[in-house]
Design a protein around this ligand. Structure first.
Ligand code: FAD
Length: 448
């Protein structure tokens, strides 16, 4: 009989770990406990499910528990919450949420992939009916139902990060009047100011109202239902629904109670093999602290891309591999109406703080040959070290084509390229696809 690997959390990180371990060592018995009713779902797809681009919640998930058992011989237990880790006896307390029963599960290896939860602001009536947080499929279903049941005409989004912006787009497409309230003085403050102003303009052009430098101080509720919000400036915005999206915090309290080491924002500390401070416990995804690829400094960057990679590494190492996680560039992208927004690597401030002498090169260039119809602007900013020329970061806004370009720039950063080397890369050209001097080559040449 093989060893027993138990995984807590059945989505990106947890199932990557489970699948990799089982693939490498078919003798391992793998059990996954998941407290929601769904496994293998992409939370990233939730805005598009709410916006009805994805019609049913089932489509968000790659596998049902039965399919996972059949295809990968992994047992998953949904509606099961792990409530305690006893690291000394290598036993978990598990609560069956449907049967209302507790039982114990022994493990040889444990993977904690409990993810993160939305931050709930400490303001009056934050749990009124019609106030939502978006993380799980059940959250998405509740929002989608409420839009119909409450006949939502106006929605207020608290927080103008990527999730808030994606929700603003999707709710607008449903014909709902959307207002975003953002506490910071400008949207996406890690972006170049000009770029964040362009995002603001884009929202306004699409009739989304934006209030920056504004904090929601109270949810106004009548008979337990949200009817508006009050801000720190004393303004009142009427609304039929509020979606609060002001960031996440790692789900790490159980790990902390088990004596595992935690770090930034109480995220679980792991080494590069994704192992925790306990010899038999690995952790991965949004519940762990990670480190920056360039600076090697500790950081907390909750992203699906990272969660999947870290899960594979944890699972592989449990099955006898010796692979390491190489760190994050925090590469990310989103689309808001027709504007794509992407970044990778360090900002100027982060680079300076890490001891570099950062400089930036900024260009605007069409994504096709200048004479070819339909070309759209690509705004690209490179951040590089003046002393060595090393590329440290990049930001871009513009057409869909910035996705490929930011990926190329992330690759260049990973390879340790200088802007001079980047300016000489042999990139593709055809009038209908890209200009003869790609925007990246122009930006890199400007930096040299
Ligand atoms: P989670 O996905 O949070 O999964 C953890 C699981 O553990 C949950 O299902 C939870 O129910 C379960 N769990 C927790 N505690 C217990 C317990 N005690 N017992 C049993 N089960 C438990 N990232 C990107 O890279 N790109 C995107 O475009 C993007 N868009 C996003 C859009 C939205 C709306 C949201 C919410 C997130 C988005 N993300 C995106 C972030 C991405 O979804 C997360 O980084 C990713 O899901 C993290 O995976 P995880 O497995 O670590 O954690």
């Amino acid at each position: 009989m093989g060893k027993h690997l138990v995984v807590i959390g059945g989505t990106a990180a947890g199932l990557s770990a489970a699948s990799k371990a089982k693939r490498m060592d078919p003798d391992i018995k793998v059990s996954v406990y998941e407290r929601t009713g769904f496994i293998a779902y992409g939370a990233c797809g939730l805005p598009y499910y709410i916006g009805d681009l994805v019609k049913t919640e089932g489509k968000l998930a790659d596998f049902t528990p039965d399919e996972l058992k059949e295809k990968r011989d992994i047992s998953t237990y949904i509606h099961h919450e792990v409530t305690k880790i006893d690291a000394d006896s290598k036993t978990l307390d598990v609560y069956d949420l449907r049967k209302n029963e507790f039982f114990k599960v022994p493990y040889d290896y444990l993977v904690i992939a409990t993810g993160a939860s939305p931050i709930i602001p400490d303001i009056p009536h934050v749990h009124a009916n019609g106030v939502f947080f978006l993380r799980t499929v059940e959250d998405g279903m509740a929002i989608k139902n409420a839009i119909k049941e409450r006949n939502v005409k106006k929605a207020l989004i608290v927080g103008g990060g990527f999730i808030g912006l994606e929700m603003a787009e999707q709710l607008s497409f449903l014909g709902i009047e959307v207002t975003i309230v953002e506490a910071l003085p400008r949207l996406l403050p890690l972006l170049d100011e000009e770029y964040s102003n362009a995002v603001k303009k884009n929202l306004e052009e699409n009739n989304v109202y934006l209030h920056t430098g504004t904090t929601v101080s109270e949810i106004i509720s009548e008979n337990g239902n949200v009817v508006g919000v009050k801000t720190n400036n004393g303004e009142i915005f009427d609304t039929d629904m509020a979606i609060v999206s002001i960031g996440v915090r790692p789900n790490s309290s159980m790990a902390q109670n088990a004596g595992l080491k935690t770090g930034i924002k109480n995220a679980i500390v792991v080494d590069e093999y994704m192992k925790t401070s306990d010899e038999s416990i690995w952790a991965c995804g949004d519940c762990v602290q990670t480190f920056n690829f360039i600076t090697k400094r500790e950081t907390y960057v909750p992203l699906g891309t990272t969660a999947n990679k870290q899960g594979r590494i944890a699972g592989g190492n449990i099955a006898g591999d010796k692979s390491t996680f190489k760190g994050v560039l925090a590469s990310q992208i989103t689309k808001v109406f027709d504007l794509y927004i992407a970044s990778t690597g360090l900002t100027v401030d982060q680079a300076r703080e890490a001891g570099f002498l950062p400089e930036e090169a900024k260009i605007v260039k069409k994504d096709k040959a200048s004479y070819y119809p339909g070309g759209k602007d690509n705004n690209i900013k490179l951040i590089f070290d003046k002393n060595t020329g090393r590329l440290l970061g990049a930001q871009a806004i513009g057409s869909e084509s910035i996705a490929g370009r930011i990926n190329l720039l992330a690759t260049a950063i990973t390879a340790g390229m200088t802007v001079a080397e980047l300016s000489e890369v042999d990139l593709v050209y055809a009038p209908s696809v890209a200009p003869v001097y790609d925007p990246i080559l122009i930006a890199a040449s400007q930096a040299v």
